[in-house]
Design a protein. Structure first.
Length: 338
C-alpha cells in the first residue's frame, strides 16, 4: 500500500524542544513510521496544521468494557489491554493489526491469579477474564498458552486483601516463563507487601501507582531502577481528592524523582472515565512533578501511529487531550468529538 507522507510546521519526537518543519512517512502494513529521510516516490503527501507527535497510548485499558473504535475516534491510537476474556482482548489484538478503525491493541488476555484470588470475587470480572494458577508447573502451562494465543504481555493479580495470592515459586515461574518468551509481566500489586513481592520476583511493571500505603524511599528507589509504573492516578476519586490519590501522588512523585519511568494509563473501562485522553490524569501527572516533556513522553509513544495536536504540548501537556487528528495504519482521520 502507498505510504503516507505527512508534513507539519512543528513536531515533537523526544527531548525538551519541538522540531521545526517535520516530515514523517507512515505505513499501512505495521512498519514503524520514519522521521525525515527521502520522500518515497509513490507516497501520498499531506500537510497538516498543528504539532505532529507519536500516537497516543493508554497503557491500562479493559477493552471488553469499552468501545475501542470510539476510543480511536477520540484520539487514542494504541491501548494495552490489562485483563479481559480471550474473545475480547486477545481476539481484538489480532484484528487490530489489519483494521484501521480500531486502535492498535496489545493484550494480556486473562489475569493470572491464585485459585479463589482477586478478581474472581469481583462483579466486573467477566467470565474468562482471569485464569487461576495452582503451582509453578501450572504457571508454565498458563503462560505458554497465553503466548500461543498472541498475548503481548502477562498480567498477574497480587491482592491479598481480596483472597489468596500466588506463592513465590509460582510467581517466579510466571515471570521466568514470560521473560523467556520475551513478554513483560505487569502486576496488579495491592498493598506495600505485595508490591515488594512483585519487585522481588522481577516483574517489569506495576499496573497502578501504589495507592494504599506510602512506600519507603529505599523501596521506591529500587522500583525506579527495576520497573515502570502505569499511572492510573485519576481512578482514586475521579477528580475529587482522596486519601488514596494523595498516597499515590506521593509515591509517584518520589518514583519519578528517583528516575523511574512513568507511563500514562487510566484503567479505562473501570469507572467514569472519558473515552479519549483523560485531562485529569494529565493534570495529576503534573502534580506528581512530571515536567511537560516527561508527561508527553509518557503518552506519545506509538512507533506506528501519529497524532496531530492543536498546539505545543511542551507549553501545555493538556494539548494531548485535544487531538485534532490521528494517523493509524497509514490513514489520516480527523477526530470525532465524543
Ligand atoms: Zn485495570
Amino acid at each position: 500500500m502507498t505510504p503516507l507522507v505527512i508534513e507539519a510546521d512543528a513536531g515533537w519526537f523526544g527531548g525538551r524542544t519541538l522540531r521545526r518543519r517535520v516530515r514523517v512517512t507512515a505505513y499501512a502494513d505495521g512498519r514503524p513510521w520514519r522521521l525525515g529521510g527521502p520522500v518515497p516516490r509513490s507516497g501520498l503527501r499531506l500537510r497538516v496544521d498543528g504539532v505532529l507527535v507519536p500516537g497516543l497510548v493508554d497503557h491500562h485499558v479493559h477493552v471488553d468494557q469499552i468501545d475501542p473504535a470510539a476510543l480511536l475516534a477520540g484520539g487514542v491510537s494504541g491501548v494495552r489491554d490489562l485483563g479481559s476474556p480471550p474473545d475480547a482482548g486477545l481476539a481484538l489484538a489480532l484484528r487490530s493489526r489489519h483494521d484501521p478503525v480500531l486502535p492498535g491493541v496489545v493484550a494480556a488476555g486473562p489475569f493470572l491469579t491464585a485459585p479463589s484470588g482477586y478478581p474472581s470475587d469481583r462483579a466486573w470480572a467477566a467470565e474468562g477474564s482471569f485464569r487461576t494458577v495452582e503451582d509453578p508447573a501450572d504457571a508454565i502451562r498458563a503462560v505458554t498458552a497465553l503466548v500461543a494465543e498472541g498475548a503481548g504481555l502477562v498480567k498477574v493479580a497480587l491482592n491479598a486483601d481480596a483472597g489468596p495470592v500466588l506463592d513465590d515459586p509460582t510467581l517466579l515461574a510466571v515471570v521466568k516463563t514470560a521473560r523467556s518468551a520475551g513478554l513483560p509481566v505487569v502486576a496488579h500489586a495491592q498493598g506495600a507487601r505485595q508490591a515488594h513481592r512483585a519487585l522481588g520476583a522481577g516483574v517489569d511493571e506495576l499496573a497502578h501507582t501504589p495507592w494504599t500505603e506510602r512506600l519507603p524511599d529505599r523501596i521506591v528507589r529500587a522500583f525506579a531502577v527495576l520497573t515502570r509504573w502505569t499511572s492510573t492516578l485519576d481512578i482514586h476519586g475521579w477528580g475529587v481528592r482522596t486519601q488514596e490519590s494523595a498516597t499515590a501522588l506521593d509515591n509517584l512523585r518520589r518514583f519519578h524523582r528517583a528516575g523511574g519511568r512513568v507511563r500514562y494509563g487510566t484503567d479505562l473501562g473501570n469507572g467514569p472515565l472519558p473515552l479519549g485522553v483523560n485531562p485529569r490524569e494529565l493534570s495529576a501527572l503534573a502534580e506528581a512533578g512530571l515536567s511537560a516533556p516527561h508527561i508527553v513522553a509518557a503518552i506519545a509513544v506509538s512507533t506506528t501511529d501519529l497524532a496531530v495536536l492543536p498546539g505545543d504540548p511542551l507549553a501545555d501537556p493538556l494539548m494531548t487531550s485535544r487531538v485534532a487528528a490521528v494517523v493509524r495504519a497509514g490513514r489520516y482521520r480527523e477526530r470525532t468529538r465524543v
